[in-house]
Design a protein around this ligand. Structure first.
Ligand SMILES: Cc1cc2nc3c(=O)[nH]c(=O)nc-3n(C[C@H](O)[C@H](O)[C@H](O)COP(=O)(O)OP(=O)(O)OC[C@H]3O[C@@H](n4cnc5c(N)ncnc54)[C@H](O)[C@@H]3O)c2cc1C
Length: 407
C-alpha cells in the first residue's frame, strides 16, 4: 500500500529502511541499556545524508519536503526511537525555524552544524512554565549590541550533546520595557554562560539526554536574535507556528514505534504455538491485529496530510490544526498499539530480552512532549470555535462576562 506516495518518495523510504535495518536496529537495545547518545549512528546518518535533508540546496541540504522527512523518521523509529528523534530534530523544529526566519549568517551557521550531525536543542520549557509557555521567566536584556540571557530551562532534548541552541526568552529593551518573547541562537562551548545543570532520569528514550540548562549572564550577540517578520511583539506566535513541523515529526516517531511493534507482533503470532496451533489462528488475536493496523493506517494518513499541508497565509510550516490532530491521534494510537503488541508476546513482552518493553517505555512520552494531548485538544477546539480559549482562571471569568457575538 503506497498511500499516494510518488516513486522518488518510495525510493527514499526504501533507502531509509535498508539503512535502519543494517545500521540502526543492531544498536537499538544497547543505546537504551547504556543510556548513551549514539554518536556512531549520527556519523552514519550524516554520511548517508539523512540529516539536514530539508535544508535548501543553497545552504548545503537537499531541499526535501517534510513528507520526505516523515518517511525517513518512520523507518528509523521502527528500529530505534532515539534515531527517529535525531531525524526529527535535524530536519524539523529548530533548523526549520532558523531556515524560515533566520538571517543569512544564522542560516549558514545552523545549516553547517546540522549537516555535520548536530541535533539542535529547542529551549522553551521551564520548571514553572510547561504547558503555559508564555509564563516563562528566562529573560534577555538588551545591552548595546548583545542580549544578556538569564534563567533556567528543563527537559531540553539533547542537553549536553546538542551544540546549537534555540533559546526562547522574554525580551527587554534597554529601558527595561517588555518586548514579548523572542528566540536566540547560542552554540554550546562557544557561549560562556550556558551550563548543563543535570540530566533527567527518564522512563524511556534513554539514549537521548534530557537536560536542565542554566543561562547565567549568557551573552548572545544581537545578530543572533531570531526575529520573525512580525518582530518580537508578535514573534512568539510565529516561533510556535514553526513548532508545527516538530509536532508532525514527534507524531511520526510515535507512529514508527507502533509500526515496528506491529511488525514484531505479526512475526511472533505466526510462530508462537499454543493449544497445538499458531496463536495467529485465534480470532480474538486476529481482531486485535486488525484494530492495530487500522489505527496505524489512520495515523499514517493523518501525518502524511499534515506534512503535505501549509498553514494559513502560505506559511512554510504544516497547518496547525492538521499537525495538532495528527499528533494527538498518532501518539495516543501508538501507545495502544505498542501495548497490544506487548500483550501478544505474553511474558516475553515483559522481558528486557525482547524489544517490546523498550518500545512501551519509549512511546509513552509522545502524548507529553511537544505539547500535551490535552493542550493540543484545546488548540483544536479553540480553532473550531473561533475562540482563543483563555486558560487562566481570570481569563475564563472575563470570557464568560463578555457578551455573546451577535449571530
Ligand atoms: C521526553 C521529553 C522531551 C522534551 N523535550 C523538550 C524540549 O526539547 N524542549 C522543551 O522546551 N521542552 C521539552 N519537553 C517539555 C514538554 O514540552 C513539556 O513537558 C510539556 O509542554 C508539558 O509541560 P509540563 O511537563 O510542565 O506539564 P504541565 O504543563 O504541568 O501539565 C500537567 C498536566 O496538566 C495538563 N494541562 C496543563 N494545562 C492544561 C490546560 N490548560 N487544559 C487541560 N490540561 C492541561 C497537561 O496536559 C498535563 O497532563 C520535553 C518533555 C519530555 C517528556
Amino acid at each position: 500500500m503506497t498511500l499516494g506516495l510518488h516513486p522518488d518518495e518510495l525510493a527514499l523510504e526504501a533507502r531509509a529502511r535498508e539503512f535502519a535495518n543494517k545500521i540502526v536496529r543492531p544498536r537499538a537495545a544497547a543505546i537504551d541499556r547504556d543510556e548513551q547518545y549514539p554518536w556512531d549512528i549520527v556519523r552514519a546518518l550524516a554520511d548517508a545524508e539523512f540529516v539536514g535533508m530539508t535544508i535548501p540546496a543553497q545552504y548545503g541540504g537537499q531541499g526535501r519536503s517534510y513528507l520526505d522527512a516523515v518517511l525517513v523518521i518512520e523507518e528509523m523509529a521502527k528500529a530505534c526511537t532515539v534515531t527517529g528523534r535525531i531525524i526529527v530534530e535535524t530536519n524539523m523544529g529548530a533548523i526549520s525555524t532558523v531556515m524560515a526566519y533566520g538571517t543569512e549568517t544564522q542560516k549558514r551557521l545552523a545549516a553547517d552544524l546540522v549537516l555535520a550531525g548536530d541535533k539542535p536543542a529547542i529551549c522553551i520549557t521551564e520548571p514553572q512554565a510547561g504547558s503555559d509557555a508564555m509564563a516563562m521567566t528566562t529573560r534577555a536584556d538588551k545591552r548595546g549590541d548583545v542580549y544578556v540571557l538569564n534563567g533556567r530551562k528543563h527537559w531540553i532534548t539533547g542537553g549536553g550533546v546538542s551544540r546549537l541552541h534555540l533559546i526562547f526568552a522574554r525580551v527587554f529593551d534597554e529601558r527595561g520595557d517588555d518586548l514579548g518573547i523572542g528566540g536566540f541562537l547560542a552554540v554550546r562551548d562557544e557561549a560562556k554562560g550556558l551550563r548543563v545543570v543535570r540530566r533527567e532520569h527518564t522512563m524511556g528514550l534513554r539514549g537521548m539526554p534530557e537536560g536542565e540548562l542554566a543561562f547565567e549572564n549568557l551573552e548572545v550577540p544581537a545578530a543572533m536574535a531570531l526575529v520573525p517578520p512580525s518582530g518580537f511583539r508578535r514573534g512568539f506566535a510565529d516561533l510556535m507556528n514553526a513548532y508545527n513541523s516538530q509536532r508532525v515529526g514527534a507524531g511520526t516517531v510515535a507512529m514508527g514505534i507502533a509500526a515496528g511493534a506491529l511488525e514484531h507482533a505479526l512475526d511472533w503470532v505466526k510462530t508462537r504455538e499454543q493449544f497445538g496451533r499458531p496463536i495467529a489462528e485465534f480470532q480474538g488475536l486476529q481482531w486485535m491485529l486488525a484494530d492495530m493496523q487500522t489505527q496505524l493506517t489512520a495515523s499514517r494518513l493523518m501525518l502524511y496530510a499534515a506534512a503535505r499541508s501549509r498553514g494559513p497565509g502560505g506559511s512554510a510550516f504544516p497547518d496547525p490544526m492538521l499537525a495538532a490532530q495528527a499528533k494527538i491521534f498518532a501518539s495516543e494510537a501508538a501507545i495502544r498499539i505498542v501495548n497490544d503488541a506487548l500483550q501478544l508476546f505474553g511474558a516475553r513482552g515483559y522481558s528486557r530480552e525482547f524489544p517490546l518493553e523498550r518500545m512501551a517505555r519509549d512511546v509513552r512520552m509522545f502524548t507529553i512532549g511537544g505539547g500535551t494531548a490535552q493542550v493540543l485538544r484545546t488548540l483544536v477546539a479553540g480553532k473550531m470555535l473561533g475562540l482563543k480559549l483563555p486558560q487562566t482562571r481570570d481569563g475564563y471569568v472575563e470570557a464568560a462576562a463578555r457578551p455573546m457575538a451577535a449571530e
